[in-house]
Write a protein that binds this ligand. Sequence first.
Ligand SMILES: [Zn+2]
Length: 204
Amino acid sequence: MADEALVVIDLQNDFCPGGALAVNGGDEIVPLVNDLIRRTEHVVLTQDWHPAGHSSFASSHPGKQPFEAIDMPYGPQTLWPDHCIQGSLGSDFHSGLAWTKAELVIRKGFRSAIDSYSAFFENDHATPTGLAGYLKERGVESVTLVGLATDFCVAFSALDAVKQGFNTTVRLDACRGIDLNGSVESMLKRMREAGVRLEDQASD
Ligand SMILES: [Zn+2]
């Protein structure tokens, strides 16, 4: 339908097995995501896109290890291995992803001092990426989110999508999670409570 968009979150080499921040089974979702791309009129991709030395990298904070959390001026931030550096092979979309149909690629995390999990707002939850405006101007009312990772970039995108007034669905079978300290369960709960529809397969 013309008022629906599929938003494919960060289906990039570094988040797939063999990548710098590999999500278990991240590559397994590619065929299903491609099927959803074929069946949806509006397709948007996000691409994590960091300059070298980005502030979300543990390597930028002496003495810190990946997956530790620190306080940044905009709030708590999990530190990650260096990943998705602009123009690197790791930042490319998975080679099996049928990305050519995408109308828009939203790049995020490109400012050194701030990370961006959500496709809609940077991690200060205030700086917009422009995606909500784009979708609204195109008449999109419903968004379905898929991709990596369930408990970080997909979840924060879904929470923001609801706040921006979109009917929001996450296809869990087309996502995979990182799961730090129970983060999958806690983010599924937050999404459910916020009004995100969580589906394990197509409802139609
Ligand atoms: Zn990142």
